[in-house]
Write a protein that binds this ligand. Sequence first.
Ligand code: ADP
Length: 394
Amino acid sequence: MSPDSGEHVLVHAPYGRDAAMICDFLAKAGMTATACATVEQIRAQLDDNTGAVLISDEALNQASIGSLAAVLHTQPPWSDLPLIVTTSGGEATAASRRRLELLTPLGNFSLLERPLRTATLISAVQTALRARRRQYQIRDHIAEREHLVQELKRSNDELTKFAHVVSHDLQAPVRMVKSFSELLARRYRGQIDQTADEFIATIQNGASAMQALIRTLLAYATVGQGPLTRGPVALQSVVDAVITTLQPMIEELDASVSYANLPIVYGDQVLLQQLLQNLIGNALKYAGPARPQVNVNASHSATEWIVSVADNGPGIAAEYQEVIFLPLRRLHSRQISGTGMGLAICRKIAELHGGRIWVNSQPGAGSTFYFTLPDLERDQKSEALDTPAQQPAK
Ligand code: ADP
């Protein structure tokens, strides 16, 4: 033990002289020890550097053991302070037996019987201190991780604020480009020449695309910025709402969107609707020449709900199945409108709920997107099991 580390042993014995003698033995072995005449003094001296507490059981009574238990109870989660108790050997008295019974459950407790050889005492304290140092390592590890988490959160918040400000400030100039190009088109279309008309149309399309992009970047930056409004969410009603919103597209494509086994989950209704709307919307949008057939389903694993959205579209090659969840990644050409932010937003929403999102797909054989939602509350689960069987929407 290095005395500079601040590591020290607290010694509580019935007589001050005994405590001083023990402190002396420990000091000779290179340890720092402090005599405490009462449990109150132990409480006052106890800090993160207390390596062990050495107590003669005769120094305690029922009340002071209660106080000691209260002191040990205030330890931080990483701490399991070694408590070494010395007791007289031979026939134990009823009082001593009772004291030991009360001390045993206090945690990291070890018993030494007197008469005690100095070497035995020192070795027991050294062993306790070694064990204590492992706890310090865990403490430092926890503190380091806590620091990293805070740092990550800070830089994430900063990035989100930055994205918010940038996309917000970009809106005004893009709006201006868009309205002036519209003005230009209205006033001069057909008056210059065909190439000029094409240039104006290209500016208009570019401005519209940029506006859509900024809008979804803003949506990405702001999603889940405040605390989630969590509560029981019936996924069936969420999918019904999505179907209503997408009805014109469903009709235009003569698509069918069906669902089954949808539970009540615990989450943020608005965000879960956005997530499902993006997935179902994509299933319709990227269906290809086939008549789109989309099925939303759910199953339960040991700890979470797994919700799936399956389509009969062209599928996604294995090498793109991860990148599509990154912002601004698109596999389709501009002929199909989009900004490449939808699945990134889906991933953010799933992760904000403590879940994951992924896709299983084979080119030519459709895609199934999955996301998980942790089964946070058992009672929510039983509510879900009581939900009546559901009918296909179409
Ligand atoms: P967006 O639809 O705006 O392009 P997304 O992030 O929602 O952005 O999707 C990223 C890309 O993943 C899409 O551009 C498309 O190429 C591909 N994709 C998404 N969903 C499907 C799907 N159901 N079937 C085939 N490809 C898909």
